[in-house]
Design a protein. Structure first.
Length: 277
């Protein structure tokens, strides 16, 4: 039985993934912003799977302080972490600046995920071999890093900001994979497909209607998350991007070592982390 922390489980892919992993008998830790929804889901999981080993953490990814508190609480209540599934993500049709002063998509989809992962490294090392999984998007291939936009204040394009945040996540995940090679912690990323989830909540009802015409279900989208989470031993690589349950080639920019180091250093600075780990 593994201890698995999953962010963003109150709807969509995260919800389905939590249910399926609980059904396999694993100890599930769900980190969400809405405590009431988390409690309802925990009860549903126990009722449907018979697994009562479900615990909850409060986590608001728009607040780096909340991320730090979440990681601290986990380490105080759990001795190890076998799998960290960074599933939560968001889109923002209008520009929003977080309490820490960063554009919200860049902060939530990149900075918060990196901070949570790094702060949980002691628990991951205690469980080694361990696994960190980032749910990214194929949109990272269309992203372009505008370093002057990370704190907002420039002309805002929601799609460009989303693609940029996912590119930053992909770059940082691959950099992290390299830096953890000697710690027996695998780091991989995945594209779940275009999934109709709560990530569309920021769009108008009309926009959601048309967007969902091109989306698949959370049940299908969770298949890649389940596949990657289930990889063990020689079957589990590190530094790999998965699409449709299979290793795939990430965007060309991901191979740019200088770009990876630049976004890594800046992200660590914004998170208050030491780049050398």
């Amino acid at each position: 039985m593994k201890t698995i922390l999953i962010t963003g489980t109150t709807n969509g892919i995260g919800r389905v993934t939590a249910l399926n992993l609980a059904r396999q008998g694993h100890k599930i830790v769900m980190a969400n912003r809405n405590r009431q929804k988390s409690e309802l889901l925990a009860s549903e999981i126990t009722r449907d799977t018979g697994n009562a080993d479900i615990s909850l953490l409060d986590l608001d990814l728009s607040s780096l302080s909340s991320v730090h508190q979440c990681a601290q609480e986990f380490k105080e209540t759990h001795s190890k972490l076998d799998i960290l599934l960074n599933n939560a993500g968001m889109t923002a049709p209008e520009e929003v600046i977080t309490e820490d002063g960063y554009e919200s998509q860049f902060a939530i989809n990149n900075l918060a995920q990196l901070l949570l992962t790094v702060e949980l490294l002691p628990a991951l090392e205690a469980a080694a071999p361990a696994h960190v999984i980032f749910v990214t998007s194929m949109m990272h291939k269309f992203g372009k890093l505008d370093f002057d936009s990370f704190k907002g204040g420039k002309k805002y394009n929601a799609n460009a900001a989303y693609a940029q945040s996912k590119l930053a996540m992909q770059l940082n995940a691959m950099e992290l994979a390299q830096r953890l090679l000697d710690r027996d912690i695998a780091v991989n990323t995945l594209h779940p497909g275009a999934v109709s989830t709560g990530i569309l909540d920021g769009f108008t009802p009309v926009q959601q209607f048309f967007l969902r015409l091109f989306f698949t279900t959370p049940e299908k989208g969770a298949r890649t998350s389940m596949h990657v989470a289930g990889l063990e031993g020689r079957d589990r690589p590190t530094g790999t991007y998965f699409n449709g349950g299979k290793p795939a080639k990430p965007g060309k920019q991901v191979a740019n070592q200088a770009l990876r180091e630049k976004i890594w250093n800046i992200s660590c600075e914004y998170c208050g982390l030491t780049p050398t780990l």
